[in-house]
Design a protein around this ligand. Structure first.
Ligand SMILES: [Zn+2]
Length: 261
């Protein structure tokens, strides 16, 4: 039956095309629409990192730099991404409560967030969470959804004009990097919960107690009290009872990944 064979071929090639634009988030196995290649992402991440290093005051206090690098390297060691070129930078801005990880593994921590993460395990919460966004390619996913919406669902990855600075800016914004644009786009609530979850697993794998995440988010919740304008990190990362309860619920799940130091 020629027709059914033809139909089957159409179905199979359609499925293949769909699969080509699909990805799965690590640990949660959530399906994602992905119209951006990891190479495109990594390239943009590297360019943005250079830009940030040129513009921002890089901290050189050896204790702080060493602390951030040590925690970052422990998480990177269990992140299972040998294709990433990991690097950990501290930006000396005591007023800025923020941290992010660019695609490809360039991690930036602002000195302003350090007092809210006063021990290594709490710092591992922040860094694990940010690294989780990059591992799960949340910025690329958000870009992909915006592109698909724009084109009514019929977008080919060839349509991505990454040489266009506006597109590149929008993309980095999707990763929470605001050096050029001044506005941080929050991730979706689902992506935030997913980054919390993956971050907890990374903490446990790296030998940190995932329960430290609860303390960290409680610190963040306190930090916003009495402030008219919430810190940058909080405007994109709501620290509320729901988030903390969610994290508490996930701790036993995360502990299955625990490894001794
Ligand atoms: Zn986040």
């Amino acid at each position: 039956m020629k027709t059914s064979l033809f139909l089957r071929l159409v179905l199979v090639s359609g499925l293949a095309a769909l699969l080509a634009y699909c990805a799965k988030a690590p640990y949660t196995e959530r399906s994602q629409l992905m119209l951006v290649s990891q190479e495109q992402e990594t390239q943009l991440g590297a360019t943005a990192a250079k830009d940030i290093l040129k513009k921002e005051p890089i901290a050189n206090d050896p204790n702080t730099v060493e602390l951030v690098r040590r925690v970052g390297e422990r998480i990177a060691a269990v992140a299972d991404r040998p294709d990433f070129s990991w690097a950990f930078y501290v930006i000396d801005e005591p007023e800025t409560i923020n941290a992010f990880c660019l695609p490809g593994g360039k991690v930036f921590v602002y000195t302003g967030i350090l007092p809210l993460a006063p021990d290594e395990a709490q710092l591992a919460t922040v860094m694990g969470h940010e690294i989780a966004h990059a591992l799960a390619r949340h910025g690329a996913e958000r870009m992909s959804m915006a592109l698909a919406a724009e084109a009514g669902g019929a977008v080919a990855s060839a349509a991505l004009g990454f040489s266009n600075p506006t597109t590149a800016n929008a993309f980095m914004q999707a990763y929470g990097v605001a050096t050029n644009v001044g506005v941080l786009l929050p991730y979706s609530r689902a992506q935030e919960s997913e980054a919390d979850q993956i971050g907890l697993a990374l903490m446990a794998k790296a030998g940190y107690d995932p329960a430290a995440a609860v303390t960290f988010w409680q610190n963040m919740e306190k930090a916003k009290e009495g402030k008219a304008k919430p810190p940058a990190f909080l405007s994109t990362h709501p620290a509320d009872a729901e988030r903390i309860a969610n994290i508490e619920r996930l701790i036993p799940w995360a502990r299955q990944y625990s490894r001794p130091n």
